[in-house]
Design a protein around this ligand. Structure first.
Ligand code: SER
Length: 317
């Protein structure tokens, strides 16, 4: 069996950055693809190819050149940004996925694909605790693309033999790279407003509870589901995974335990309507049963880790 080569598409993004670093630290061979070079590629000596996922020929060439065996297709327009340019978001999200799935079906060397789905597949009618097979009526272009994308993954698995695996991520919170255009982004950007000079203005309502996850658990979920025996995976779409749920006021109260002077105000905008349609949490029993999903970090650990990471960074600067 040829050596594993892990190709991350969207390597400059929030999840791509953390996944690349985790795979590199685990001694794996990693190739980075994005439309802009990740700041860490030169630092870690990782090969980078400037590739737009909408260009299938360029994607195919990169997979072939680097003898890619595992693809992590993370490039996508998120929920809030997608609403501002719906056609662009649809084109990027759907074309990119179909290009990857097609190449995985055609190129023998590609053994596995990881593609993230999202809580955004849910909408009004899914209920506050969304079951694995809850009714799905997504309210954003991003959510529609993830919902349809899940069906494509299932189709490519059943009809073209592609070993594609997926989880429904909640809001992801990490330190290495900022998120880009999501509804859950407040829970990351607030950590840049802890110096007490001005209150942080939150774009969601104080009590808008959403499912969230620390980036370490998100990376672990991707690697964990890929390492599970295929026969144990009953779900061919995307697995619900859950870690914690909180509303802005609960996150801010936890922050205040470390930074008593922290102040927040609320000015809900269009993102509040998106958030209001999403569940508070997901039932992830099937992921726990099928591949042993078990998150490690809760709200207090998350806040501690975000504050510590920023303290380390400001000392280093
Ligand atoms: N974090 C994403 C968003 O807010 C949800 O998957 O769009």
């Amino acid at each position: 069996m040829p050596q594993d080569v892990h190709c991350i598409i969207g390597a400059s993004g929030q999840l791509g950055t953390e996944l690349a670093v985790a795979l590199h630290n685990a001694g794996e061979r990693v190739v980075l693809l994005d439309i802009k070079a990740p700041s860490f590629s030169a630092l870690l000596g990782l090969p980078f190819e400037k590739v737009d996922v909408r260009d299938q020929a360029a994607l195919s060439a990169a997979f072939g050149t680097h003898r890619v065996t595992h693809v992590y297709h993370l490039a996508a327009a998120l929920s809030a940004r997608g609403e501002q340019e719906p056609q662009w978001a649809w084109d990027l999200n759907m074309k990119g996925l179909l290009h990857v799935l097609d190449l995985a079906a055609e190129m023998e060397g590609i053994r596995q694909v990881f593609w993230p789905s999202s809580i955004a597949v849910f909408g009004p009618g899914s209920g506050p605790v969304a079951a694995q097979s809850a009714y799905r009526l997504p309210s954003t272009v991003y959510g529609i693309s993830k919902n349809v994308g899940e069906h494509w993954c299932s189709w490519y698995h059943q009809h073209r033999g592609v070993d594609v695996r997926s989880v429904r991520y909640p809001g992801l919170i990490g330190t290495l790279a900022p998120p880009g255009g999501g509804t859950t982004d407040y829970a990351v950007e607030v950590f840049d407003h802890l110096d007490g000079t001005a209150p942080y203005t939150c774009f969601l309502k104080a009590d808008e509870k959403l499912p969230m996850m620390h980036m370490d658990d998100a990376v672990a979920a991707a690697l964990h589901i890929l390492s599970a025996p295929r026969v144990s995976l009953r779900c061919t779409e995307a697995y619900n995974i859950n870690a914690m749920s909180f509303a802005p006021e609960e996150l801010f109260a936890e922050i205040r335990r470390h930074v008593p002077a922290f102040q927040a105000r609320y000015a809900p905008d269009f993102r509040q309507n998106i958030a209001a349609g999403w569940p508070d949490m997901l039932n992830d029993d099937m992921a726990r049963e099928d591949w042993g999903w078990s998150p490690k970090i809760g709200l207090s650990g998350l806040v501690r880790s975000m504050i510590n990471a920023r303290a380390v960074r400001s000392v280093a600067q």
